[in-house]
Design a protein around this ligand. Structure first.
Ligand code: BGC
Length: 794
């Protein structure tokens, strides 16, 4: 149970209560990378209050026990925020744990995100948000401002734990022969308690454990376990053996071409567990203050011990699935599942890029491209609201939004100067709140974040002091941009065009200034709306002058340029038809394969549909060669890969220096499967699914398609089947909503619930189930000349 403890009946809500407790550090603590420690206090209560409430937080990660029983089952508490500006606390009902008379409370503390390694191996950062682990806890006899029974102060005791070392990247060393013994006292830290905030999102929880799918012994006698699914989480095992025997667990996402355990791509993240047995019976172990990204675990047993059972335990802040999409194509269905698992593994307190290597950071660009999909697949309102508040806390004075949030480089810039301000990444400050508005009708986050959005747009404009943004090339330079990160460029001997940073940055300045103007209008800030719209119009005009040639070709002539420019109306009317032909030429040039990276990819298929080429969009989506969505599924992926070519067709593994098998960014295609193919989306004019627009994209070879989403207004369902040119589209509108039906261009002979619908007409749909029938004209598909230059050229 959390924050909202009985705020009725005259009690002041707990979050408004001043803290009587102090932030206290264990004097037994010897600093980062040393044994974890605990704080302990014995206390007497006359009568154990059934409604007793504990408020608690920590610097570092904590676990709390009252009379040796764990408080709650949340993982990695208090969570991860920009700790110097905001620290989450949790509230638990602990009445059942108390007893009359003598009680003991113990708070275990681990290094966590606060002080264990952050950033990658060449320049690892430690103690980013502080050197001292500490805790603050307050026990009250009941909810609200009930009497305080106990509060952390200088009288608490401390000692070391059996956890001999722990770190987010490192893993954990646990010596079960040791018992928590008091060896020192505690010290009150000077701490600004006003930055303590009630935890704003669902807690990190364990999902159902995954059993071993297969296991084998390798050449060195180690046992490799395959759990069949790449996750973010940890192993849990039961062992039996002699005291002092050791179990060592390593983790991997893939096997190499020889079938060997492979985790070079983890870089400096050790991601290992070491457990020393106490002996004398069965012993259960799972780590406390870390998690790993893995599908395979390799276990080495040193000494006389055996593993009796082992499972893989996924953890996530998103435990409930809120959408589904199925079709006749098993690769497509698996791709959706892979996206679900990548979200679970990368929504652990913060939207991260990956869960396995020495990174696992809140990359803003990845979050912005994935935000829409994330809100469909899970309840993400609290999760993103919390994160956007951290984005605002980490935003620089001049408006630059950092590359990652929470941002370790803000407090420790020496090794990562200028780690902020990239277009396509910083735009998360506007795009994520906009998705919360669309999906949940949340105006409050728009009002709260508007000033930060405007500061960001002004920052981008200031990069080149005008509508054309020319980012410098050097990492760390003011205005550096990732462009269209990881955009494929085809064979090195005969590379395909890619977008220039200036075009990518200028397009994003247009996207976000337009969006922020719209947001300002919605919340009644006409002054801001006017200024931002003026900037957007200036950028559009400048874009046409700078990047659109007289023939209608865009100067970089790559897929990302056309996809983003068409999707965001940057192509001048009179050049649209010509530009469309150039766009289609870029698709043919790559034999229908993807030619877009992190920011281009989410725009590619919607842009092709927008220019009236749903058939070409279908061909690009359904082709199974690299680069492509289905290629990785065909290659056995169980999550979304960071790179299109993470494993080559011959099994060769791409360079491990940046090669994660669990990055959700390219999973953003699921938004198109739901909004495009199944065809339902929130109406921005009536958000939060009050009005749902139904406008499917029919891809006959995917029939039957079935999709659903548990929206804030109730379950939405949409699905279609195709026989010949006849489509049957069935939709369900939740009771609290209305539907707006828009049939694909070229549909004819339509009827809704048996009632004819004029070609091209829209139809309002009341709550309930509706059957729509219409005939389609087969869409143009990609004809490719089978020269296949890409495969032949190295
Ligand atoms: C991260 C990505 C990020 C990219 C931008 C990578 O290291 O994993 O998620 O978007 O850097 O540079």
């Amino acid at each position: 149970m959390h924050q909202s403890v009985q705020t009725q009946g005259g009690f002041r809500p707990v979050q408004d209560l001043a803290w009587t407790a102090e932030m206290v550090r264990p004097l037994a603590d010897r600093g980062v990378g040393t044994p974890a420690t605990f704080l302990r206090k014995s206390f007497v209560v006359e009568r154990a209050e059934a409604n007793a409430v504990l408020r608690i937080s920590a610097l570092g990660l904590y676990r709390c026990f009252i009379n040796d029983r764990r408080v709650g089952d949340d993982q990695l508490t208090p969570g991860w925020t920009a700790y110097d500006a905001r620290l989450s606390y949790q509230t638990y009902a602990v009445g059942p744990l108390l007893r009359d008379g003598e009680n003991t409370i113990e708070i275990w503390l681990g290094d966590g995100w606060m002080r264990s390694q952050m950033m990658w191996g060449q320049a690892p950062l430690f103690n980013v948000w502080g050197e001292h682990v500490a805790a603050i806890a307050e026990l009250r006899a009941g909810p609200g401002d009930a009497p305080v029974l106990l509060a952390t102060d200088g009288s608490w005791q401390s000692g070391e734990l059996p956890i001999r070392k722990s770190g987010i990247y490192f893993g954990e060393i646990f010596d079960a022969r040791l018992r928590p013994e008091v060896s020192a006292g505690a010290e009150v830290l000077a701490y600004d308690k006003s930055i303590l905030v009630p935890h704003e999102t669902t807690p990190v929880r364990e999902l159902a454990p995954l059993p071993v799918v297969s296991s084998w012994t390798d050449g060195e006698g180690r046992t490799v376990y395959d759990f069949g699914q790449n996750i973010g989480g940890y192993v849990a095992f039961t062992t039996r053996g002699e005291a002092g025997a050791r179990i060592l667990v390593e983790h991997a996402e893939i096997l190499d071409p020889e079938g060997e355990f492979y985790n070079v791509n983890y870089r400096t993240a050790a991601a290992r567990l070491e457990y020393t047995l106490a002996g004398g019976g069965d012993e259960d172990y799972r780590p406390h203050f870390t998690f790993q990204g893995f599908r395979y675990a390799r276990v080495t047993v040193e000494g006389a011990a055996e593993i009796l059972s082992i499972v893989s335990v996924p953890i996530s802040s998103v435990t409930e699935l809120k959408a589904a999409f199925t079709s006749a194509n098993p690769l497509v269905n698996r791709l959706v599942l892979n996206t679900v698992w990548s979200q679970r593994a990368n929504f652990i307190e913060v939207p991260t890029d990956c869960p396995q290597r020495d990174e696992r950071l809140g990359w803003t660009g990845d979050a912005q491209v994935f935000a829409g999909t994330a809100c469909y697949l899970a309840e993400a309102r609290g999760f993103f609201t919390k994160w956007i508040r951290d984005v605002m806390a980490d935003q620089r004075e001049d408006g630059a939004v950092p590359h990652v949030v929470p941002d370790p480089t803000r407090l420790k810039p020496e090794h990562y100067p200028g780690f902020y301000g990239s277009t396509g990444w910083g735009d998360a400050i506007a795009v994520v709140p906009w998705q919360l508005y669309l999906h949940y009708g949340d105006r409050a986050i728009l009002e709260e974040a508007l000033p930060a959005m405007v500061k960001w747009v002004d920052f981008v404009w200031s990069i080149s002091d005008g509508p054309i943004v020319s980012p410098p090339r050097g990492w760390g330079a003011r205005g550096f941009s990732f462009g269209d990160w990881l955009q494929p460029k085809g064979p090195s001997a005969k590379p395909l065009p890619t977008i220039g940073d200036d075009a990518a940055a200028t397009i994003y300045l247009h996207i976000t200034s337009t969006l922020v103007a719209r947001i300002a209008r919605i919340i009644g800030r006409e002054d801001v709306a006017g200024r931002l719209q003026g900037m957007a119009d200036a950028v559009k005009a400048a874009f046409a002058r700078e990047f659109v040639t007289a023939s209608g070709r865009l100067c970089y002539d790559d897929q990302t340029s056309y996809a983003l420019a068409f999707l965001h109306d940057l192509i001048p009317e009179d050049k649209a038809e010509a530009a469309k032909q150039y766009f289609l030429a870029t698709i043919r040039r790559s034999e229908g394969r993807i030619g877009t990276g992190f920011i281009g990819t989410p725009a590619l298929l919607p842009a092709l549909v927008k220019i009236g080429e749903p058939g070409i969009a279908a061909d690009v989506f359904l082709q199974e060669e690299v680069p492509g969505w289905l290629y990785q599924v065909k290659m056995g992926a169980t999550t979304i890969w960071e790179r299109w070519d993470a494993i080559q067709p011959d099994g060769t593994i791409y360079n491990p220096q940046m090669n994660s098998y669990n990055h959700y960014a390219y999973g953003a295609v699921c938004q198109w499967l739901l909004e495009g193919v199944a065809g339902f989306r929130p109406d921005p004019e009536d958000p939060g699914f009050a009005t749902i627009i139904f406008e499917p994209v029919i891809i006959p070879e995917l029939s039957p398609v079935q999709a659903s989403h548990d929206s804030p207004r109730g379950p939405i369902r949409a699905g279609w089947t195709v026989e010949g040119d006849q489509v049957r589209y069935t939709v369900e509108v939740p009771s609290g909503s209305r539907g707006l039906l828009r049939l694909p261009a070229g549909s004819r002979g339509a009827s809704v619930d048996g009632e004819a619908l004029a070609d091209g007409a829209e139809r309002e749909l009341a709550a309930g189930r509706h059957e729509v029938r219409f005939r389609i004209t087969p869409a143009r598909r990609l004809e490719l000349d089978l020269v296949d230059i890409n495969a032949r050229t190295p």
